[in-house]
Design a protein around this ligand. Structure first.
Ligand code: B12
Length: 563
């Protein structure tokens, strides 16, 4: 069947090419921005011909699928690509390039946090991108599609675009000329997957912690890469009141990109409807990370009550940025009694002073442990998240995090995953905007740097950073640049912080993690028909040595891409 003409094609491009030792080849950014579903659903409700395509889902359906050819013969008025996470910087641009070549008639635009942050630079530097819709875009996408039908692009609020004479124009928010009107937050639907191609594959394939291993089967991905289930990201509200040093979605950046950082909560009835919709597509667990007012728990108590009344029978994976109240914890347990429901707590640093410097809302270790005792006594299953290489941290304070992990593992039966991650330099984070004030150096300053990094070999989620903290180690390892810092930090992570277990729902000791890493690499080598890796990572055999060994044993791999 020939593809139909479209008013708007929406495309989500995950980051196609990644390599990390125990996972092998993988793609990440498997989740679309939650808002993309709402944009597509709203356009459809307004009578537009719209299609939403997720390139990872299409790869799972047919590895030969190429979006630039899939709509041959169709006329498309607008093509919008998500560039929400900086990890997409290379693939979103390259897919946009291919789509513009295939559909020169279409207005090609980007949207999402990263695109919004770098909007003017992107429109200036990539002539196949006609515009960026900055900020919340449920209303403005419709306005844009309408304006392309003989209207005036100058009237689309928050559009950054190139005028016919080649100038970059930024429609700010203040102009009275702009078309106003559009759906209120509570008119929008964020849980209707029928707006996308192959929704069943999306809803059954992606879980936490998020990477999809290309060399494993779907069943192996579920078992070895996720906590056993697909999770549905449930949209509760937006905005943030805090400024954490490493977060690119902090208050000031949200204000800059979205025009506001003000908190907005959806009506609990709308959430209940979205849970139902998500469950109709097969989801059982809803994933949430929105607790901007941890001490004010009325909203969630009301929502939980409605979920009980409606007997929805879902599980929640709830990530707490602050510490939950006792009432919240008790209501959570009452509503989601199964051990498959979790609270995740994010102290980020085991050292109080490092936490104070980097994270809001701050809490002490004493308060943290009070909460963990409460979770234990109420029989709530919990995960705990740490971040290594925070501003002001050094190898000694970092070790306080692992000491705390060991303590939690010894004390609490309800503790599940106790994890230490590193966080890459996020555009818009204070450490991105002012690295010197954190005694850091960075190698990503503008969008082109992110495009180059993610199109290269040194940007995978787990082993690269894009920055160096001066004097982190306090010895010769502090000499050298960012690549050397990343290498030394990765070795430290393997030796002292690895938590990779055979069952991704549980924590493992670093020694067990390294052993399991070796088992997995052996399995992948067997499958590829190449010599097996010599030995596990150890004090004298670093992650870098193991990568070099793998490169020598395996034929040069080709880069994965979507075009
Ligand atoms: C909730 C959340 C999650 C959830 C769900 C995300 C989701 N599916 O949308 C989960 C837990 C899955 C998650 C995971 C990750 N996250 Co997160 N997450 C957040 C958080 C806390 C809130 C985001 C939110 O609720 N937005 C509100 C929703 C409704 O609106 P929206 O989806 O943003 O979309 C609007 C606009 O952006 C725009 N838009 C979006 N897409 C498009 C596309 C087009 C074409 C258009 C026109 C417009 C448009 O219109 C939408 C509607 O108004 C932010 C922090 C913050 N305060 O912002 C971090 C944040 C966004 N996450 C971040 C990161 C790094 C990640 C991970 C990569 C972490 C990791 N290393 O694994 C993963 C990526 C997972 C994936 N994609 O597969 C970073 C992103 C920084 C950056 N610029 O890249 C942030 C800012 C936090 C940080 N550490 O800095 N995250």
């Amino acid at each position: 069947m020939a593809p139909r003409d479209l008013d708007c094609l929406l495309v989500h491009a995950p980051k196609a090419d990644n390599h990390y030792l125990p996972f092998g080849e993988f793609f990440n950014i498997t989740y679309m921005p939650m808002g993309l579903l709402a944009i597509a659903e709203w356009l459809r409700r307004r009578g537009k011909a719209v299609e939403l395509v997720h390139l990872g889902v299409e790869w799972l359906e047919d590895p030969k699928f190429r979006v630039a050819q899939a709509y041959d013969g169709a006329k498309i008025r607008a093509i919008g690509l998500s560039l929400y996470w900086h990890y997409q910087s290379y693939d979103a641009i390259e897919v946009a390039r291919a789509l513009k070549a295939a559909h020169p008639e279409a207005f090609v635009f980007l949207g999402g946090l990263t695109a919004g942050y770098f909007a003017a630079e992107i429109v200036r530097d990539y002539d196949f991108i006609d515009g960026v819709l900055v900020g919340h875009a449920e209303a403005t996408t419709e306005h844009l599609v309408d304006a392309l039908d003989g209207g005036d692009l100058g009237e689309v609020a928050h559009l950054v675009w190139r005028t016919p004479d080649g100038r970059v124009r930024q429609n700010d928010l203040e102009s009275r000329k702009f078309r106003t009107g559009g759906p209120a937050l509570d008119e929008l639907v964020y849980g209707d997957l029928s707006v996308m191609r192959n929704p069943g594959t999306y809803s059954s394939s992606f879980g936490f912690p998020l990477a999809y291993a290309r060399e494993l089967t779907p069943a192996e991905n579920r078992q070895m890469q996720t906590m056993g289930r697909a999770f549905f990201p449930l949209f509760i509200g937006r905005g943030c009141a805090w400024t954490c040093t490493f977060c690119g979605g902090n208050r000031d950046t949200l204000r800059k990109v979205n025009g506001t950082s003000k908190l907005a909560w959806r009506d609990p009835e709308r959430i209940v409807s979205d849970i139902r919709r998500a469950m109709d597509f097969g989801y059982k667990t809803m994933a949430l990370c929105f607790d901007p007012t941890p001490q004010k728990d009325d909203y969630y108590c009301t929502l939980f009550q409605r979920i009980r009344e409606e007997q929805l029978g879902c599980d929640f994976y709830f990530e707490c940025w602050g510490l939950p109240t006792e009432r919240f914890v008790r209501e959570f347990k009452r509503t989601f009694p199964s051990p498959e429901s979790y609270l995740a707590i994010s102290p980020d640093a085991g050292d109080d002073a490092v936490r104070l410097r980097n994270k809001q809302p701050y809490y002490t270790n004493v308060e943290l442990f009070e909460t963990l005792h409460l979770l234990e006594s109420t029989e709530v299953t919990f995960d705990v998240f740490y971040t290594i290489a925070l501003p002001g941290e050094n190898v000694h304070t970092a070790r306080a995090s692992q000491a705390q992990i060991n303590e939690i593992a010894a004390k609490f039966r309800r503790a599940r995953r106790l994890m230490t991650w590193s966080v890459q330099l996020e555009p818009g984070s204070p450490q991105f905007e002012r690295p010197e004030s954190f005694d850091m150096i960075t190698d990503r300053r503008n969008f082109k740097d992110f495009h180059a990094a993610h199109g290269g070999d040194r940007a995978d989620t787990y082993s690269s950073l894009g920055f160096k903290i001066r004097n982190f180690f306090g010895d010769a390892r502090d000499e050298g640049g960012i690549a050397e810092f990343e290498k030394h930090l990765q070795h430290l992570k393997c030796m002292e912080f690895c938590f990779l277990g055979r069952d991704p729902r549980f924590w493992a000791t670093p020694a067990a993690g390294r052993q399991h890493c070796h088992e997995r690499r052996t399995m992948l080598a067997e499958r590829a028909g190449v010599t097996q890796p010599l030995k596990p990572i150890a004090a004298d055999w670093t992650y870098g040595d193991a990568v070099a060994e793998e490169r020598a044993l395996r034929p040069r791999r080709e880069r994965h891409g979507w075009v």
